[in-house]
Design a protein around this ligand. Structure first.
Ligand SMILES: [Zn+2]
Length: 61
Protein backbone atom coordinates (compact mmCIF):
# COMPACT_ATOMS: atom_id res chain seq x y z
CA UNK A 1 0.00 0.00 0.00
CA UNK A 2 2.74 2.42 0.95
CA UNK A 3 4.67 1.47 -2.17
CA UNK A 4 1.67 2.37 -4.30
CA UNK A 5 1.42 5.79 -2.67
CA UNK A 6 5.09 6.46 -3.32
CA UNK A 7 4.71 5.36 -6.92
CA UNK A 8 1.75 7.68 -7.46
CA UNK A 9 3.65 10.51 -5.81
CA UNK A 10 6.64 10.00 -8.08
CA UNK A 11 4.42 9.82 -11.16
CA UNK A 12 2.78 13.08 -10.15
CA UNK A 13 6.18 14.72 -9.70
CA UNK A 14 7.31 13.62 -13.15
CA UNK A 15 4.08 14.84 -14.67
CA UNK A 16 4.42 18.23 -12.98
CA UNK A 17 8.01 18.49 -14.18
CA UNK A 18 7.06 17.66 -17.76
CA UNK A 19 4.14 20.09 -17.80
CA UNK A 20 6.22 22.79 -16.17
CA UNK A 21 9.00 22.34 -18.70
CA UNK A 22 6.53 22.55 -21.56
CA UNK A 23 4.86 25.67 -20.20
CA UNK A 24 7.87 27.52 -18.83
CA UNK A 25 11.01 26.62 -20.78
CA UNK A 26 12.73 29.70 -19.41
CA UNK A 27 12.32 28.43 -15.87
CA UNK A 28 14.76 25.62 -16.46
CA UNK A 29 17.81 25.49 -14.25
CA UNK A 30 20.79 27.17 -15.84
CA UNK A 31 22.68 23.92 -16.05
CA UNK A 32 20.13 22.47 -18.44
CA UNK A 33 20.02 25.53 -20.64
CA UNK A 34 22.35 26.22 -23.48
CA UNK A 35 25.42 28.03 -22.35
CA UNK A 36 25.09 31.69 -23.12
CA UNK A 37 27.87 34.15 -23.38
CA UNK A 38 28.05 36.50 -20.39
CA UNK A 39 26.19 39.79 -20.78
CA UNK A 40 28.18 42.53 -22.40
CA UNK A 41 27.65 46.22 -22.67
CA UNK A 42 25.93 47.11 -25.91
CA UNK A 43 27.92 50.32 -26.22
CA UNK A 44 31.50 49.60 -25.25
CA UNK A 45 31.47 45.80 -25.17
CA UNK A 46 32.68 45.41 -21.61
CA UNK A 47 31.57 42.34 -19.74
CA UNK A 48 28.87 43.09 -17.21
CA UNK A 49 29.15 40.61 -14.38
CA UNK A 50 26.46 41.02 -11.75
CA UNK A 51 25.13 44.28 -13.13
CA UNK A 52 22.79 45.36 -15.86
CA UNK A 53 24.10 48.78 -16.68
CA UNK A 54 27.60 49.73 -17.63
CA UNK A 55 29.83 52.45 -16.26
CA UNK A 56 29.73 54.13 -19.66
CA UNK A 57 25.94 54.40 -19.44
CA UNK A 58 25.21 51.59 -21.87
CA UNK A 59 22.99 48.69 -21.15
CA UNK A 60 23.61 44.99 -21.41
CA UNK A 61 22.55 43.43 -24.69
ZN1 LIG B 1 29.78 50.18 -21.54
Amino acid sequence: MLFKIILVFLAAMVLIALVGRALFPSALPRVLRKRQSPPRCGTCGRYLIGQRTCDCGGKAK
